[in-house]
Design a protein around this ligand. Sequence first.
Ligand code: ZN
Length: 455
Amino acid sequence: MAKVSKTSKTAKKITKKVRAPKALKASKAAKRAKGPKAAKTSAAPRIKGTPWKTDKWFVSPWNYEPEVVKQFKFPPAKDIKIHDITLRDGEQQAGIAYSLEDKLRIARALAEAGVHRIETGMPAVSKVDEAAIKEIVQANFGPDIFAFSRCMVSDVKLAKECGVKGVVVEIPSSEHIIKHAYGWDLQKAIDLSIEATLLCKELGLYTVWFPIDASRADLNWFLDLIEEISTKGHMDALAVVDTFGGISPHAVPYLIKKIRERVKKPLEPHFHDDFGMGVANTLMALACGCTVAHTTVTGIGERAGNAAMEELVLALLTMYGIDIGIKTEKFYSLSKLVRELSCTTIPSNRPIVGETLLSVESGIVASWVRRCRAENPLELGPFIPSLVGQNPVEIVMGKSSGIDCVAEWLERMNADASLEQREAIVLKVKEASIQKKGLLTQEEFKKIYDSVAHG
Ligand SMILES: [Zn+2]
């Protein structure tokens, strides 16, 4: 949960009056800001005040225009849960192999970040997975612990033996993948699902039925299938699965509507990121009333990965005014831990957790930084770095640097130079950076400074 550092008595009174959630207490500046009022819809109580501008973030006011907000059917914030799949779908990213200790460390960190559920793995995959699931259950970190299993009696029994609260049971669900990838006749998928889900029920496991490749199935076949499993078999919830990331954000509400006409169960969006739509699709599903989002830390997962938890949670908080209680301040350290234990890297400009997000090279932006960082840090980005546990903005030295970058670095070195000298330093910095194809170190900069000032 994003904590608001300090709020004046007046601000507290106002906040109380409008019953804005804790994370949305508006700063003085935000209260002065003129902008569209939050719409009086089901989402309105969470987004009164100026939720687009607090002392922690500043996003577009137009997110809260009545005409925009009236489209939403988000469930109450307390009902929206993160079902983390870093340890299962995340581990399916080629090359990732967690040890038992890795899984425990990640599970603990997820719990500390306030994740609601953790899907710990598939016990049938290896003895290490089975042992890790059992240890995570015993550690009792807080979140509900789930296992993943195939629609097979032996898998479900193994999950039960691990002591988990719930199980996500998978079955291929598009006619083509059943035929071509599994070599089954269609009835087999139905029979296995009914048998396995009924066993889940008998064993007292919360059952999320997980139809693989649902989004590419023939719609009528798929709707008949889910209706049959929900009536003849058992499910406490239905995962809406876009295995290959091939559904568009605008098709999501249609799919959800069609599913709802047949099955009255909670829906759990599980969207992959092959087209970079994982988070957008998950938001669309939540805005249609789905409650449990399947996500991974920093979007790791098979091929292009899964919807990234950090991006989803931060978008909900800042762009939709929905605080689901996740500690956003943990995002950077959580991502670093997962990357380290996964032996994976991410682009340095990855949203929220990238390593160079807060590095400013451009001379123009460096001028903004020097003017704004103390009093108006939200002129420099949509949220302050500490909201996601990132380091503060840093002015770096490279090809795009200007006079203000030099001023910053000279101050850092406790050195001075005339305007002419500074201009000469800028030119030399650019040359050196082009030659190096990268940023300059403090030492390299000092050499340039010495050559201009004393050379
Ligand atoms: Zn998946």
